[in-house]
Write a protein that binds this ligand. Sequence first.
Ligand SMILES: *[C@@H]1O[C@H](CO)[C@@H](O)[C@H](O)[C@H]1NC(C)=O
Ligand SMILES: *[C@@H]1O[C@H](CO)[C@@H](O)[C@H](O)[C@H]1NC(C)=O
Ligand SMILES: *[C@@H]1O[C@H](CO)[C@@H](O)[C@H](O)[C@H]1NC(C)=O
Ligand SMILES: *[C@@H]1O[C@H](CO)[C@@H](O)[C@H](O)[C@H]1NC(C)=O
Ligand SMILES: *[C@@H]1O[C@H](CO)[C@@H](O)[C@H](O)[C@H]1NC(C)=O
Ligand SMILES: *[C@@H]1O[C@H](CO)[C@@H](O)[C@H](O)[C@H]1NC(C)=O
Ligand SMILES: *[C@@H]1O[C@H](CO)[C@@H](O)[C@H](O)[C@H]1NC(C)=O
Ligand SMILES: *[C@@H]1O[C@H](CO)[C@@H](O)[C@H](O)[C@H]1NC(C)=O
Length: 425
Amino acid sequence: MRFATFFFSAAALLTSVAGQTSTLCNPLNATCPNDPAFGMSHNFVFNTSSTVTTSFNITAGALNYTADGAAFTVAKRWDSPTIQSKFNIMFGSVSVVMKAASGTGIVSSIVLESDDLDEIDWEFMGGNSTHAESNYFGKGNTTSYDRAIYYPVSSDVRENFHNYTVDWTADRLDWLIDSTVVRTLHYADANEGRTYPQTPMSVRLGVWAAGDSSLNKWTIQWAGGVTDYSKGPYNMYVQSAEIKDYGSGSEYEWTDNTGSWQSIKAIPMLNGNSGNSTAMNAIIKAETPTLSTAEKFKALPKSSKVAVYAGSGAAGAVILAALLFYCLRQRRSGGLERDAYNANVEKAREEIYKDQMELREKGYGGDSVHGDGFPASPSTPKFPPNVSTSAANSPPMNYEGSQNVPTSPGFHLPNKHTSGGYQRF
Ligand SMILES: *[C@@H]1O[C@H](CO)[C@@H](O)[C@H](O)[C@H]1NC(C)=O
Ligand SMILES: *[C@@H]1O[C@H](CO)[C@@H](O)[C@H](O)[C@H]1NC(C)=O
Ligand SMILES: *[C@@H]1O[C@H](CO)[C@@H](O)[C@H](O)[C@H]1NC(C)=O
Ligand SMILES: *[C@@H]1O[C@H](CO)[C@@H](O)[C@H](O)[C@H]1NC(C)=O
Ligand SMILES: *[C@@H]1O[C@H](CO)[C@@H](O)[C@H](O)[C@H]1NC(C)=O
Ligand SMILES: *[C@@H]1O[C@H](CO)[C@@H](O)[C@H](O)[C@H]1NC(C)=O
Ligand SMILES: *[C@@H]1O[C@H](CO)[C@@H](O)[C@H](O)[C@H]1NC(C)=O
Ligand SMILES: *[C@@H]1O[C@H](CO)[C@@H](O)[C@H](O)[C@H]1NC(C)=O
């Protein structure tokens, strides 16, 4: 199911959701503002509200934070908690460690979507414990039958955490389950690239009732049946999301209306520190004060440490006093913690780029995929509903020997783009 389709179908029901779609600017038809870039790599652990809200907008509903991570709950009709990254990646990877929600007709989803409706998906039907659906769309083209493919997962997707990845470059798009590539789509295999996802994507996670009895019968059938809310609440749990932007800019600019990846220009981050991506600055700001007490202690000036050691009888009070002293001192001296943290960020970034280079060295390959789709828009059913599951009869045909296939020569950025801090992997 296209995420946008969800919005369209939900729009009739949820004015707040409808409001979001109406503000979208489609770069194929208009000159749109640049997309904020991620330009970095980060593992978001979904254990506190601030981790999520620093980098994602909660576009519908609310989340709960539990020992199992963030709970996205459908407790009653119209619940559809959803978050959307405040940033975009222009080629990159997303690995979400999650448990899908149970419940017939309840769909848990990981969606990458761009302004011109390129889309990459993982979706989970709450009535189906065994399979995950992979899907993609290019420029909102819903006319083909060959995009949705279901793959078996090693254990119940609702009971167990699994790691669902999409790894996306200009040449190929891989879907992985627990680090095993299950599907590869090459650029040329999507209408000679015309419907290959290739524009800056935000990351959306959410759960909704595609089995609501008010929805189109094809949608309900795709979702696995009518949702019984009395058997809920239905929870999707997200433990973490590791997101890597293979580009390294601060913004992505749509230089024309083609929606081709060659038309996207990365605006470089400036060396003077003021040009970091907004997302990166937000993460740095949010995480800087969260050093552990041990780290704070380590960073204390020597004189304070001596005081702490000496005052064993009243250690707690002394530590507090020392920390207070340290904090005051830090405010004056400009922030040792921040420097230490920034050094760590720098180091992590170096490692990420090293990893990316290694990935590129290794190369990826694979065959194209064929499967069956499903009715793309609830309002205009075009296909018989039963086609959507037949792909399950022919799953991993598509990746055998993928390691032996050399990386395709692919596409090269024009020189003017390489200066934009934009790298192709
Ligand atoms: C873009 O413009 C064309 C022609 O005016 C129109 O048919 C199409 O629906 C528009 N697409 C979007 C997404 O606005
Ligand atoms: C959240 O996870 C991070 C990273 O694993 C950890 O450092 C932090 O202590 C956790 N916070 C809570 C409140 O569990
Ligand atoms: C969060 O959990 C509490 C306690 O279980 C529940 O009452 C509340 O409705 C939950 N909130 C959401 C948004 O699901
Ligand atoms: C997130 O919310 C803010 C504030 O409403 C808004 O300015 C921004 O455009 C939103 N970002 C996305 C990607 O929706
Ligand atoms: C949309 O997809 C169909 C089926 O793959 C294809 O025949 C058609 O050319 C595509 N449209 C565009 C504009 O690429
Ligand atoms: C999820 O899988 C990706 C791809 O193999 C891997 O890079 C990442 O480390 C995995 N995440 C976890 C938490 O295992
Ligand atoms: C930009 O990021 C670097 C680390 O990558 C950091 O040292 C610097 O303080 C950041 N700039 C701002 C304005 O936060
Ligand atoms: C789960 O989905 C797969 C693939 O569509 C299908 O073969 C299987 O029968 C489904 N299981 C249930 C319980 O619906």
